[in-house]
Design a binder for this molecule. Structure first.
Ligand code: ATP
Ligand code: MG
Ligand code: MG
Ligand code: MG
Length: 563
């Protein structure tokens, strides 16, 4: 590839619209351009990176027995009505109508489509297990599309769905995906942690999130520094470990639907209550149930410095069903556990009568919550101790470390949630009809690319991990005017191409400073300079982008030296 002909529009200045480093650098280095809010064009450099990430993902999915297919992005409303998600998914769902006025959506995820496929095609236990995946565009009308590729409205996701006969089968599929995800992110050259999103070890968990560690991450991960131990938890989720025994009394509360209200002000206006009556509430998983905690204070969830203690009210909920019932929303749509319910007010809980506890679904809130009446005094002001940095790891006792993380993947046990709703059954060995047991497993491909930049950059630009770099080597002739330099650069370029490297030559008629700056900005791992010294002494200077280290090679040493 020749840079003189390559479509790589770099920018000298930092683009004003970009807040985070990956967005800035991907724009500046000519990888992406914005088409609309949260919608991007991937230029040739980005396409090369994405293809590499997707190739790694494909290999790891296939290794575990995954089979790739393509699923429709345009999805009929009927399927979403069957699961009920047409109405509960919320405003993130891109809905549209065809010319016959029939409703469709653009797939934000594919449980409905794939469960529909499998229920029609799979009959017998002999056809299970199945691991089916796609790597395609997803559409989510995110409230705040931002940070470039980190939170797009159109983005690329790999998602795999597992179909098993029973929960033991699901356990095996889940472990396979856990391993595949670990391999994918390791091979991509990223530092990451698989965080428990549920209490308990991997065997007992229903979900894990894979977090790339980077300062700009939206989540805070508490993790054990010992790789052999591997304990890691989302800070929100880590807290749940410290919830004291809950002995709440059933609340005399009333559930109300509050359509299209979200902010504290809107909720207050709709329910005709004062803003201070609205409590901030958090859904936790406790040992044997779920807890809706109503928290006092102004604690910032995603800030590393969380206060040591919070006063809270807790409402015990025995099962996910009860959570669904009380919150008036689907458990699945609420998210697993530890989900912050974004209704916040600074108030003295003690003095609130007839308060409103919010759910993190648009439009569902509990009104008439009376702390004195509805919550057991024993737990009313229970101390929920938040995990602190340095606290002993619950698994091995070593001091926990905090870091920010970017969610690049999540694996989830769906069990029979979709198969029951949609009637995906199979016949077992005894001819008995049983629901197919499912799991779903997603990786954000475009977000992974952005996360790689967040984690790997310096003041000069991107430092791609070798496995996902757009090119492995850039050959830079210092002066295009020097015929001998150009000739030697072309020779080494062809030599490396023939040896199977992915090489690009900067044959643009630019000043050396510009070429070097661009090479650093784009982040190609190795740069070979062909200059005066090459002509005079026959040596090639190789600069390692990450360490800035320089090595000198004779031509005949190059191929082996760079391998
Ligand atoms: P988030 O918590 O960031 O909103 P999510 O939990 O809603 O993500 P999942 O439904 O678990 O996302 O989707 C699987 C993966 O898809 C995520 O782990 C993430 O890598 C990626 N992803 C989700 N939403 C977006 C988005 N808006 N833009 C880019 N990638 C995304
Ligand atoms: Mg989301
Ligand atoms: Mg998430
Ligand atoms: Mg997720």
């Amino acid at each position: 590839m020749r840079l003189s002909q390559y479509f790589m529009p770099t920018l000298r200045e930092n683009p004003a619209e970009a807040e985070v480093i990956s967005h800035k650098l991907l724009l500046r280095a000519g990888f992406i351009r914005k088409s609309a809010s949260g919608v991007y064009t991937y230029l040739p450099l980005a396409q090369r990176v994405l293809k590499k990430i997707m190739q790694i993902i494909r290999e790891e999915m296939d290794r575990q027995g995954g089979q790739e297919l393509m699923l429709p992005i345009l999805q009929p409303a009927e399927l979403w009505l069957e699961t009920g998600r047409w109405h509960v998914y919320g405003p993130e769902l891109f809905k549209l109508k065809d010319r016959h006025n029939r409703d469709f959506c653009l797939g934000p995820t594919h449980e409905e489509i794939i469960t529909d496929l499998v229920r029609r095609e799979v009959r017998s236990y002999k056809e299970l297990p199945l691991l089916l995946y796609q790597i395609q565009n997803k559409y989510r009308d995110e409230k705040r599309p931002r940070f470039g590729l980190m939170r797009g409205r159109e983005f690329i996701m790999k998602d795999l769905y597992s179909f098993d006969r029973d929960e033991e089968g699901l356990e095996i599929s889940y472990r396979k995906m856990y391993e595949a995800y670990t391999n994918v992110f390791t091979r991509c050259g990223l530092k990451f942690r698989a965080v428990e999103a549920d209490a308990g070890a991997i065997g007992g968990s229903t979900t894990h999130e894979f977090m790339v560690l980077a300062n700009s991450g939206e989540a805070v991960v508490a993790y054990c520094p010992d790789d052999n131990c591997g304990y890691a938890a989302n800070l929100e989720k880590a807290e749940t470990k410290f919830i004291p025994e809950v002995i709440g009394t059933p609340a005399q509360i009333q559930k109300v639907a509050t359509p299209n209200v979200k902010t504290v002000d809107e909720v207050a206006a709709f329910l005709k209550v004062e803003k201070k009556q609205i409590l901030k509430s958090v859904l936790f998983k406790a040992d044997d149930g779920y807890v809706l905690a109503v928290v006092r204070g102004d604690r910032e969830v995603n800030e590393v410095k969380v206060k040591n203690q919070v006063d809270c009210l807790v409402l015990e909920l025995a099962s996910p069903q009860e959570v669904e019932e009380v919150l008036g929303a689907e458990y699945g749509s609420i998210g697993p556990v530890g989900v912050e319910i974004p209704v916040i007010a600074d108030l003295e809980v003690k003095h609130v009568l007839n308060a409103v506890a919010g759910a993190n679904e648009t439009g569902y809130h509990l009104i008439g919550v009376n702390p004195e009446r509805d919550f057991s005094p024993a737990v009313k002001y229970a101390d929920i101790r938040l995990v602190e940095e340095g606290e002993p790891c619950p698994k091995c006792g070593k001091a926990l470390v905090f870091a920010r993380g970017i969610e690049v993947g999540q694996i989830f046990k769906l069990k029979d949630k979709y198969s029951r709703k949609m009637g995906a059954f199979y016949l077992d060995e005894n001819g008995q009809q049983k629901p197919i047991i499912m799991g779903c497993y997603g990786i954000g491909v475009t977000r992974t690319m952005a996360a790689a930049v967040e984690q790997n950059h310096d003041e000069d630009g991107i430092i791609w991990p070798a496995a996902i770099a757009p090119f492995e080597i850039i050959v830079v002739p210092v002066s295009n005017k020097d015929e001998q330099q150009m000739k030697m650069a072309e020779e080494v370029y062809n030599l490396l191409l023939n040896a199977g490297f992915e090489v690009v030559i900067d044959d643009r008629d630019e000043r050396p400073g510009v070429k070097f700056k661009d090479a650093d900005l784009i982040g190609i791992p190795l740069r070979i300079t062909v200059g005066k010294r090459t002509v005079n002494e026959g040596v090639y200077e190789v600069k390692i982008r990450r360490t800035r280290e320089e090595k000198v090679f004779q031509k005949e040493e190059l191929v082996d030296g760079l391998r």
